[in-house]
Ligand binder design. Structure first.
Ligand SMILES: C[S@@+](CC[C@H](N)C(=O)[O-])C[C@H]1O[C@@H](n2cnc3c(N)ncnc32)[C@H](O)[C@@H]1O
Length: 313
């Protein structure tokens, strides 16, 4: 039989002391809290084809975009063979941003139309924001509406600000930049935004549904949610060619041009993990939006798709 050792006695004693000091309820509360924390840690999500704890995804995605920021625009052109520019043009044209004579609303018959506040989420290097402002100004003669570009990644925003110096909106009040997570837009009031856009951003979010609910919160009644994202290709032949290109060529181009194969491997894997067009409509509706028919528009056979939702008035 083993003799009681010196360390056993104080351990038992200290357990008793702790039990005596802490009432039963507190212990069970802390036990529950610990369980909830453990459950939280056990929740996983996709990071490309990998399953990672939800708490890790944001920093892993952050590392990808910090790494690709300086080569992001060149790589977009090479990876998409310049087609992303056409998709973005189509996206913005379909939204017809800015006050236009036929639909401009006034608060009273004597007051002038109110400028719109447009929010480009995950706006990165500004591709959508610059198009929104060009369209509002050149097509709709709207020189007042403004765009807020929001992104979680300071490196991407800094590339965007640099690029903006070559646009007519450099230093203008019509263009502002905000660092924020799309899932928590605490800097924005409820019902303060007319148009919310997100292009090639939402598939990177940890909690996409939370971001959709936040979009619903910040939009005005009648405001529009619009998303341009990679999607599912219907045609088998096109899908075969596209998959060969994305899994074969894109990580390789990433390695040769940006010296970073892994980030581009993540980007193509994250496309695979994004829900189908139909599933994404369900998520938009679940956030409270009304989705008009047709519920989405496929671009290049579904390689990308545009989804829209209206916040009911
Ligand atoms: C593929 S880029 C798209 C950039 C730009 N919208 C475009 O179309 O070129 C994805 C962007 O999403 C941003 N992002 C990722 N997670 C985010 C989050 N939770 N909240 C806001 N932005 C996020 C990244 O920092 C990155 O700038």
């Amino acid at each position: 039989m083993s003799k009681p050792t010196l360390w056993r006695t104080p351990t038992r004693l200290s357990r008793r002391l702790i039990a005596a000091k802490q009432p039963y309820r507190c212990l069970s509360c802390s036990f529950r809290l610990a369980q909830e924390q453990a459950k939280q840690d056990a929740k996983t999500t996709h990071f490309g084809f990998e399953n990672v704890p939800e708490s890790e995804k944001e920093s892993r995605v952050g590392a990808v975009f910090s790494s690709v920021a300086s080569s992001y625009d060149t790589m977009n052109d090479l990876m998409s063979l310049y087609i992303h520019r056409l998709w973005k043009d189509r996206f913005v044209r379909s939204l017809n941003p800015g006050l236009h004579p036929t639909t401009a609303t006034t608060t009273s018959s004597s007051s002038p139309p109110q400028p719109q506040t447009l929010l480009d989420i995950a706006g990165g290097t500004g591709d959508i924001a610059f198009r929104l402002l060009s369209h509002a100004t050149d097509i709709n003669n709207d020189t007042m509406s403004r765009v807020i570009v929001s992104d979680i990644n300071p490196a991407m925003l800094s590339e965007g600000k640099k690029r903006s110096l070559e646009t007519p909106w450099a230093g203008s009040e019509r263009l502002s930049w905000v660092e924020a997570n799309a899932e928590r837009l605490s800097m924005l009031d409820d019902a303060s935004i007319d148009l919310y856009t997100v292009a090639f951003g939402i598939r990177n979010f940890t909690n996409k549904q939370a971001a959709l609910e936040e979009a619903f919160r910040v939009l005005k009644p009648g405001g529009i949610f619009a998303c341009l994202e990679f999607s599912k290709v219907g045609n088998r032949l096109l899908n075969g060619v596209y998959k060969r290109w994305s899994f074969g060529a894109i990580p390789l181009i990433g390695q040769l041009v940006a010296g970073d194969r892994e980030s581009y491997q993540y980007l193509v894997e994250s496309i695979e993990k994004f829900p189908s067009q139909r599933e994404f409509v369900g998520m938009i509706e679940q956030a409270g939006f009304m989705v008009p028919e047709p519920a989405w528009e496929d671009l290049t056979g579904g390689i990308a798709a545009i989804h829209r939702g209206f916040k009911p008035v």
